[in-house]
Design a protein around this ligand. Structure first.
Ligand code: KDG
Ligand code: MG
Length: 405
């Protein structure tokens, strides 16, 4: 007899930061986990799953992954958006996990098998000034990274995206009842950052892959200027130069620079990026498995990208759980046009709450051979760390008006 889903439970925990996890259990006792974390809006996805999706899963055949995806996407009328797609993503990954466990195979085998031996990954290096940034890059290289995202402070600004003060690792979400308000000045940033990136290239030589994230803060004209000014530095990519809603914004940038462009961490569906991909306006598509409907949907985005020589470079910050990272690594193993996986790393407590078969070695990630996704959840430990309100910062210009964070 076909197996059936008998329970779907939402687990919210905060071991140093918030995570939302969907746990699906079948009548045969197979357990699948999916990540549904949406930074700063966690409880909305938890409610969407708990109140509207979990009841619909009971009694369904867990092997019908694509049909369940279509049911949850097309069956709702109110489509797309980060909350809906994170919820669908969590169900999708939990069902791939169950399928792998049921068949005794790691998920990458079910996706067609390995097309590579390991996945190139990049991590974050940060410093308030250039000297500190170079030290941070040295430290990342010392643990094997061959690709590093370089972010630095900007003179005159007290806080800058991607840069932290003190010994703690960078974590953009701040716990508390209100978002932190930051001041942002694009002119100051643009005057400063090309020199910093030049100093980084000078320091590391030609081999290291250097990436940089502008975090949606530039106009197309400013972005084009930045791309042009760093062209000789042979960056691996410039990321999120312009706000991601406008799929035409990067056309101007493209016309003015050969610096590779990456975008997509806030996209939720193939419909958010098909122009960018099919009109060759980007080089890397950065959708996260969790926020873009799971393995089933991101696989389609990557397949479209393959036709246009666009590579996958999925989002992998600390605010997507180790379950998403594992799912991403499985998909990367089986995707010919996969480029690189962001790997910010996790606090040791997070690794303990989500013990995982995936591993990092010498700059590369591998998924491990455990059936399913290979990431479990220590629910007892997780329950010691209940949800805490936390928000991403907001940003205002020097004149007090709101701008993109
Ligand atoms: O929740 C927001 C973070 O995921 C984002 O700020 C991280 O831009 C980011 C990146 O590239 O990792
Ligand atoms: Mg980014």
């Amino acid at each position: 007899m076909k197996d059936r889903i008998v329970s779907a439970e939402v687990l919210v925990c905060s071991p140093t930061r918030n995570f939302v996890t969907l746990k699906v259990v079948t009548a045969d006792g197979v357990v699948g986990y999916g990540d549904a974390t949406l930074n700063g809006r966690e409880l909305s996805v938890a409610s969407y799953l708990r109140d509207h999706v979990a009841p619909l899963l009971i009694g369904r055949d867990p092997s019908r992954i694509e049909d369940t995806w279509q049911y949850l996407y097309r069956g709702v009328y109110w489509r797309r958006g980060p909350v809906t797609m994170a919820a669908i993503g969590a169900v999708d990954v939990a069902l791939w996990d169950i399928k792998g466990k049921t068949l005794g195979q790691p998920v990458y085998q079910l996706l067609g098998g390995a097309v590579r031996d390991r996945i190139l990954s990049y991590t974050h290096a940060t410093g308030w000034d250039t000297a500190e940034l170079l030290d941070s890059i040295n430290a990342k290289r010392a643990i094997g990274f061959q690709a590093v995202r370089a972010q630095s402070g900007v003179p005159g600004l007290d806080s800058v995206y991607g840069v932290h003060r003190g010994a703690q690792g960078y974590e953009p979400a701040g716990r508390g009842a209100y978002p932190v308000e930051e001041t942002w000045d694009t002119d100051a940033y643009l005057n400063h950052v090309p020199g910093v990136l030049a100093a980084v290239r000078d320091h590391v030589g030609p081999e290291l892959k250097i990436l940089h994230d502008a975090h949606h803060r530039l106009t197309p004209q400013q972005a084009a200027r930045l791309g042009k000014s760093v062209e000789d530095l042979d960056l691996y990519w410039l990321e999120d130069l312009t706000p991601a809603e406008d799929q035409n914004a990067l056309r101007l940038v493209r016309q003015h620079t050969t610096t590779p462009l990456a975008i997509g961490e806030v996209f939720n569906t193939i419909w958010d990026c098909h122009h960018l991909i099919s009109e060759n306006l980007i080089d890397f598509i950065r959708v996260a498995i969790v926020h873009a409907g799971g393995i089933s949907h991101v696989r389609k985005i990557f397949a479209l990208a393959e036709v246009h020589q666009v590579r996958g470079g999925p989002h992998g910050p600390s605010d997507v759980s180790p379950i998403t990272l594992g799912a991403s690594v499985h998909l990367g193993m089986a995707t010919p046009n996969f480029g690189i996986q962001e790997f910010m790393g996790y606090d040791p407590l997070v690794d303990e709450v989500f013990p995982h078969a995936w591993s990092f070695d010498d700059g590369y990630l591998t998924p491990g051979e455990q059936p399913g996704i290979g990431v479990e959840m220590n629910e007892e430990l997780a329950s010691l760390y209940p949800y805490e309100p936390a928000y991403l910062p907001v940003a205002r210009r020097r004149d007090g008006s709101m701008t993109d964070w």
